[in-house]
Design a protein around this ligand. Structure first.
Ligand code: FAQ
Length: 320
């Protein structure tokens, strides 16, 4: 204790870590180290940006879905992703940062979003591959995050995981249907898997040894499993799912390793990963330009809501 008997920074941090170690959730008004707060803002906001930017490649196919049923399902899925963005932005705002600051960081390139959404969705089969593989990878990561140490993030993840599980199944169903179709449809499904497999593995981030934030995030239990552990889990589950419907995963090194009890798989093209996360992927510029335009188009809605809120408060204070 210091002279005035209030705990010093070191004591506060030790007590904080003890709460984490005891699996207590940290809530917005609790004391937390500034680095914990900043790291959470970084990760949760990038997660929120990913959900919202992820609406673009799928939104591209809403008007061209092959049946009314597929269109309704896709529309519902894309709306869910928007909802996920909102829960996650709200969770980030509990850490003392505004939505405007978060959007500004996305637009300026200061904040990242998942690399996968910088690839184009060229055919209808890509919608199947995104649901099956991209949502599939997202679930593996997010199931683990349901136990993250920050309360609002953990609770958001529980609801998001339920919805992601429907997303994954609708994607797998699209792939299964195409694989039961014509030669052209089967070829289209295989081509989508060939293009989306490796970028899906990149969603888990760099190898643990290269991961800048992992060690600290694991100590604080922001992350509960490492990038490589989660990637391995995803590979193991995907191999069997691909086999069942007759798809081939595009990796000649993929084979069962009896000793490890896991599938071995080939090395990711880390040059490509680094290019995409630093802004030079196939669609980075297009994705941000689209978001900036949508944000500017929506300015009048934000102004109208603010004006309505001000009027409501004026009326309330008059009545008081
Ligand atoms: N893409 O030290 P680490 C979805 C960055 S939601 C871009 O390992 P960390 C649903 C990382 O930010 C998908 N950047 O970082 C959906 C850091 O850069 P920084 C999103 C990446 O945070 C489906 C640097 O590299 N999910 O798909 C990527 O400990 C369909 C060093 O990396 C989440 O965000 C990447 N793949 O671990 C929506 C889950 N990987 O910030 C629509 C929550 C790494 O220092 C349609 N996030 N980087 O500039 C996480 O679990 C973690 O943040 C990781 C990265 C695992 C993504």
């Amino acid at each position: 204790m210091t002279n005035d008997s209030s705990p010093n920074e070191q004591q506060l941090e030790a007590a904080f870590q003890a709460r984490i170690d005891a699996e207590e959730k940290i809530e917005p008004k609790d004391w937390m180290p500034e680095r914990y707060r900043k790291n959470l803002i970084r990760q949760i906001s990038q997660h929120a940006h990913s959900e919202v930017i992820g609406m673009q490649p799928e939104g591209n196919w809403i008007t061209r879905a092959p049946t009314l049923h597929r269109k309704a399902v896709l529309l519902a899925k894309v709306q869910d992703e928007c909802g996920h963005g909102l829960y996650l932005y709200s969770a980030t705002e509990t850490l003392g940062i505004t939505r405007e600051e978060l959007i500004e960081a996305l637009h300026s390139g200061a904040a990242k979003y998942a690399s996968i959404f910088n690839y184009p969705s060229l055919t209808w089969a890509d919608i199947g591959a995104i649901g099956w593989l991209v949502d599939g990878a997202a679930i593996v990561n997010q199931v683990s995050l349901q136990r993250t140490s920050y309360g609002p993030y953990a609770r958001g993840m529980v609801r998001i995981c339920k919805e992601e599980s429907f997303h994954q199944r609708q994607g797998y169903h699209i792939m299964m249907t195409l694989m039961q179709g014509s030669d052209e449809q089967r070829a289209m499904a295989q081509d989508a898997v060939n293009r989306f497999w490796w970028p899906s593995l990149m969603m888990f981030g760099p190898h643990d040894a290269e991961s800048a934030h992992s060690a600290q995030s694991m100590t604080w239990k922001i992350k509960r499993q490492s990038n490589d552990e989660l990637r391995q889990k995803f590979v193991d589950q995907s191999v069997e799912q691909a086999e069942v419907i007759g798809l081939t995963l595009p990796d000649p090194d993929l084979k069962w390793n009896e000793e490890r009890g896991h599938y071995d798989f080939g090395e990711i093209d880390w040059d490509e990963f680094n290019r995409v996360i630093s802004g030079s992927g196939p669609c980075n510029r297009q994705r941000i330009a689209h978001h900036v335009a949508a944000h500017e188009d929506g300015a009048w809605v934000r102004e109208a809501i603010a004006a309505h809120e001000a009027k409501k408060q004026q009326r309330a204070s008059k009545a008081a």
